[in-house]
Design a protein around this ligand. Sequence first.
Ligand SMILES: *[C@@H]1O[C@H](CO)[C@@H](O)[C@H](O)[C@H]1NC(C)=O
Ligand SMILES: *[C@@H]1O[C@H](CO)[C@@H](O)[C@H](O)[C@H]1NC(C)=O
Ligand SMILES: *[C@@H]1O[C@H](CO)[C@@H](O)[C@H](O)[C@H]1NC(C)=O
Ligand SMILES: *[C@@H]1O[C@H](CO)[C@@H](O)[C@H](O)[C@H]1NC(C)=O
Ligand SMILES: *[C@@H]1O[C@H](CO)[C@@H](O)[C@H](O)[C@H]1NC(C)=O
Length: 285
Amino acid sequence: DRSPPKPRVQLYVEQKEVQGQEEVLEGSSVSLRCSAETLCSSPPPTLTWSSTPRIPLSDSSRLQELISDLNFTATHREHGVTFTCTITYQLQDKIKTAQDSITVHVQYSPKNTAVSVLPSSSVLEGSSVTLICSSDANPAVNYTWSRESEGQLKQLQTGQNLTFNRTDPTHRGWYHCTAQNQHGSQNSSVMLDIQYSPKNISVLAIPSSSVLEGSSVTLICSSDANPAVNYTWSRESEGQLKQLQTGDTLTFNRTDPTHRGWYHCTAQNQHGSQNSSVKLDIQCE
Ligand SMILES: *[C@@H]1O[C@H](CO)[C@@H](O)[C@H](O)[C@H]1NC(C)=O
Ligand SMILES: *[C@@H]1O[C@H](CO)[C@@H](O)[C@H](O)[C@H]1NC(C)=O
Ligand SMILES: *[C@@H]1O[C@H](CO)[C@@H](O)[C@H](O)[C@H]1NC(C)=O
Ligand SMILES: *[C@@H]1O[C@H](CO)[C@@H](O)[C@H](O)[C@H]1NC(C)=O
Ligand SMILES: *[C@@H]1O[C@H](CO)[C@@H](O)[C@H](O)[C@H]1NC(C)=O
């Protein structure tokens, strides 16, 4: 009896044969050649290719009987893919198969670089936040963090994660992560938003908190907060607070003595509120 033929798969990079575990650089031309000894059988044996994980095999061509070349340009998609060549032949009225495989290892520059933020890219002042960079590359990348500040990029630190244990409003801004290996680099950015309750509220009276009867006066309330606040005006009257109106200004076009008294502005967002007051004095002519 004849011993059944076994196929053999060889890896060529840029026309040169290389050993199976050697890594192939992305962009190089790869040829997988499957060959088997010819067999005087009828019908003649056939060679077929398959891959795990499955990728579409398009460039297969049979040059002559029992040689099949699979030619492609190496990309990250072929990294770690096992290519199997199967010979199928008929022996004594039985269909027989035999196989050989090769796993291709590709070196490639960073792909799919992305930044995710835990717990979220908008956090409350004082809480902690971690920016996590990820990238697909071979060999593994190193990560560098930088921040945009006054139109300039300032390098912060290296490492996959950038953590703020206690955020404050100055941490708000754009952060960039650059993933790099010897084949290239790629970056991704994220905007970090720090939210906080109103601070530094103040009330300004224009032209002054003491005006002549009949003249006009405008009270302007301002504060620092994120997100923006809603302002509410109220007035103390007989020991009770009476709500007047909303909006950052309160205007009296023609003041009269009944307008005398304390006016309060409340600045409020979903994280809290703050108050400030002004005493309005109306002078008689
Ligand atoms: C595939 O590559 C081999 C070796 O580089 C070459 O001899 C062959 O002609 C190529 N086949 C096709 C279809 O390009
Ligand atoms: C980055 O943070 C994530 C989530 O907290 C964690 O799972 C991962 O181990 C960290 N990576 C490094 C290199 O510290
Ligand atoms: C942040 O907290 C972690 C864990 O509590 C600690 O190991 C690290 O030193 C802290 N980092 C800073 C900058 O305070
Ligand atoms: C990151 O990797 C690149 C390429 O391997 C190297 O040139 C660079 O010095 C590394 N940077 C750091 C901070 O390790
Ligand atoms: C990110 O990559 C783009 C495109 O390669 C480049 O123009 C830009 O300067 C990079 N940004 C940083 C922060 O490295």
